[in-house]
Design a protein. Structure first.
Length: 362
């Protein structure tokens, strides 16, 4: 959402208010700092052990008074989080139009990813403008009976954000040097595998299997593994139990956005269950192994930039090994066209909002 916020700030016709829920405080604050965004409203709902019930009700209650006070013409929400779903519902209850950034992503399985698939469908059913990142996402909305007039294909704002940060790293030598010092433990003679994982449907056996795969891959002398471990204890417990202290595996705390982009740019292969990373890594020419059985981003698989490996340890090892050992296969994936955008999605969304305003005025 950051590049869209910055694009809206540049227009005098827009009175912008940024509201954050604080659901993931540590991760939120560093992103706000990187993009120099100061929220106008902070619901600060984060608390230890919160459930989906807590998040949903806290966001609804918090936004009830915010919307009554601010009386916005539009509410913009992003993606598939429970925060986005509850915010959309709050706006719907008081009949304020909603724009959904990253609309139309579908797996076709209501429980994978869970609860994100349901969240997306609920938001798209209520939203007044649907900013689909790809043609495939637009077609999914049409199949569900969405009004074609509500849909605009924009590309994905995640690519806008990524390209902004890559350009910053490229053009700031002092920043490059600082990032290199931060990761000076990396061996330049080894190929880096970058790992992320946080999906609820992989809790338990799924993360155990992922750890087994990483243990197997770490036996190779030509690779090293960096795994920023998510804060959720359902992730941290098996990862630390099975991987801590192992050769060629670096378990680190979750990285801020800017150093994570640096790691993506430096790595050889990304192994992830993250939707955003599935879109970002191909822009940097990095093959993506998706540790999920289905994805709401099928364009990456179809384009050849990503491959679904699930959480089966044997398949993860087999696919990663093929890319490490077969130069042609690796180059084929790393050179594939990224279907997710050209870095101009935010501008297209702003233009659509301003057009809507001008056509609705008497």
């Amino acid at each position: 959402m950051a590049p869209l916020i910055k694009a809206l700030e540049r227009h005098e016709a827009v009175d912008l208010k940024v509201c954050v829920t604080g659901q993931h405080r540590d991760m939120l604050d560093q992103v706000l700092d990187v993009f120099k965004i100061e929220p106008d409203i902070d619901l600060d709902i984060m608390r230890a052990g919160q459930s989906l019930f807590d998040v949903t009700t806290d966001v609804l209650r918090g936004l009830e008074s915010v919307l009554a006070e601010q009386k916005p013409d539009w509410v913009l929400v992003h993606g598939d989080t429970t925060t986005a779903m509850a915010a959309c519902m709050a706006a719907f209850y008081v009949q304020i139009p909603v724009g959904h950034v990253e609309a139309g992503l579908r797996t076709g399985d209501l429980y994978h990813p869970w609860p994100e698939e349901m969240n997306r469908k609920v938001i798209d059913a209520m939203a007044n403008q649907l900013y689909a990142p790809t043609k495939s996402a637009s077609e999914a909305l049409l199949r569900e009976g969405c009004d074609p007039q509500k849909i605009i294909i924009t590309g994905n704002t995640v690519i806008d954000a990524l390209l902004t940060i890559v350009d910053r790293i490229k053009n700031e030598p002092a920043l490059q040097a600082s990032l290199a010092r931060q990761f000076e433990f990396l061996d330049p003679d080894k190929r880096l595998l970058l790992i992320t994982g946080h999906r609820r449907e992989s809790f338990g056996e799924g993360f155990e299997q992922l750890c087994e795969a990483l243990l197997g891959l770490s036996q190779r002398e030509d690779v090293e593994i960096v795994y920023p471990v998510h804060l959720n204890q359902n992730v941290r417990e098996p990862v630390n139990r099975l991987l801590a202290g192992k050769n060629n595996i670096h378990l680190i705390e979750p990285e801020e956005y800017l150093p994570f982009v640096y790691l993506m740019d430096r790595c050889h292969i990304v192994i992830t269950d993250s939707g955003g990373v599935q879109e970002e890594a191909p822009s940097l020419g990095k093959p993506v192994l998706v540790t999920r059985n289905v994805t709401e981003r099928p364009e990456a698989v179809e384009a050849g930039t990503a491959v679904l490996v699930g959480t089966n340890s044997a398949r993860i090892i087999e696919t990663a090994t093929r890319l490490l050992d077969n130069t042609e296969d690796y180059q084929r994936m790393s050179r594939a066209h990224n279907p997710y955008g050209d870095g101009k999605a935010s501008n297209r969304i702003v233009e659509k909002l301003l057009d809507e305003k001008s056509t609705s005025e008497p």
